[in-house]
Write a new protein. Structure first.
Length: 54
């Protein structure tokens, strides 16, 4: 049986480092938008819809 390299183990367990970084970047941008805006809406059709106003 062939042993996996460390990079292959990371990809098997949780995805690549780049994919994780992009996910965190998108979540951070969304949270920043919510925090900075007085009112707004974020919508992902059929999955998520958030509306707010202060």
């Amino acid at each position: 049986m062939k042993e996996l390299t460390l990079q292959q183990q990371y990809e098997t367990c949780g995805g690549s480092v780049i994919g994780t970084a992009i996910l965190y970047l998108l979540l951070g941008a969304g949270l920043y938008k919510i925090y900075k805006s007085k009112k707004g809406r974020i919508s992902i059709p059929r999955l998520l819809q958030l509306e707010w106003k202060n």
